[in-house]
Write a protein that binds this ligand. Structure first.
Ligand code: FO1
Length: 304
């Protein structure tokens, strides 16, 4: 079994490539739930859904989230009524949130509902929310404190951040499936997701970081920063704002003590010696996954 610490799009693409080069049921994705939200009374889990839709072949590539062939009639009606339409829920996507919310309100756990949804969508990779407890990533910004999606969607991650907090995380517990996956996996992979807002909330769930520390020889991480830039999203801006070096080395140092092997992009080949100087193994390859072939090569590198 291979456990993959996962955020949204970057993780979804890596998991899709891994599930082609290895048996999908051997993959356990341990997924961030810090950007989950309750809106219109519905529980929405963006990272779980991005991965689930991608593995089901239903993802909307243009948007990078949600379902393909989406329509927006409910949002148009809601907008006309003066309801909150800044966070767009497509008509098809809404079915997922309705199903999940109904099951949660009748007492099912997030992991059980995720399992059910994956079964219906024929996703055989095991999707494991890191915790069934409610945790919420929040930002201290120049405009005050705000929730994850206010920062990410409402403000287009274009405000200065001074601190990131994950409320509820100290009291949360990893699910038994997550603990099992982390202790039994022959390899633990850290996907090229945003270190600060996708992976850190997973690491902060009590017990998770400690397991990685002990198992660091089996931990492989893929740098999400290539030549000083993130492929998508605010990772490079946030690293800089919070005092980290904006480079693959900044990410290597961010995960200090947790990783045995690094996969960095060939555009950062000149920095491989700095990784080795920290006593870590390093593999240099193409890590951008927009072209199918590259994703394949990256997946092979992760497995080797
Ligand atoms: N991202 C946006 O930029 N605008 C949206 O209106 C939006 C809606 C949305 C609805 C469901 C969902 O699962 C994801 C959605 N996202 C939207 C993406 C989401 O904000 C991000 O993917 C993550 O939270 C960051 O990983």
């Amino acid at each position: 079994m291979i456990a993959v610490l996962s955020g949204g799009v970057g993780a979804a693409r890596l998991l899709r490539a891994l599930s082609i080069v290895t048996e999908p049921s051997k993959l356990a994705a341990i997924v961030n739930v810090g950007d989950d939200l309750v809106l219109h009374g519905l529980t929405i889990c963006p990272d779980l859904d991005t991965i689930m839709y991608t593995l089901a072949g239903l993802n909307n590539d243009e948007l990078g989230w949600g379902l393909r062939g989406e329509t927006w009639r409910v949002m148009q009606e809601l907008d006309a009524l003066g309801g909150a339409a800044w966070f767009q829920l497509g008509d098809r996507d809404l079915a997922t949130h309705l199903y999940r919310s109904e099951r949660l309100s009748s007492g099912a756990t997030k992991s059980a509902v995720t399992r059910e949804l994956c079964e219906r969508l024929h996703v055989t990779v095991r999707l494991l929310p890191v915790t069934n407890d409610v945790i919420a990533t929040e930002f201290e910004t120049e405009l005050g404190r705000m929730s994850f999606q206010e920062y990410f969607v409402r403000h287009h991650h274009d405000v200065t951040v001074t601190a990131i907090d994950v409320t509820g995380v100290e009291q949360s517990r990893p699910t038994p499936e997550v603990l099992h996956a982390l202790t039994e996996a022959e390899r633990i992979v850290i996907a090229p997701s945003n270190p600060l807002i996708s992976i850190e909330p997973i690491l902060r769930v009590p017990g998770v970081r400690e397991i990685l520390r002990v198992r660091r020889a089996d931990v492989v991480a893929v740098s999400p920063i290539i030549a000083g830039e993130a492929v998508k999203g605010p990772a490079s801006r946030l690293l800089g704002e919070l005092g980290h070096e904006v480079s693959c080395i900044g990410v290597v140092d961010f995960y200090d003590g947790l990783v045995g092997t690094w996969i960095i992009d060939e555009r950062d080949a000149a920095r491989a010696d700095e990784v080795r100087a920290r006593g870590l193994r390093v593999v240099v390859t193409t890590t951008v996954m927009s072209e199918g072939d590259n994703a394949h090569r990256l997946a092979e590198a992760v497995l080797q």
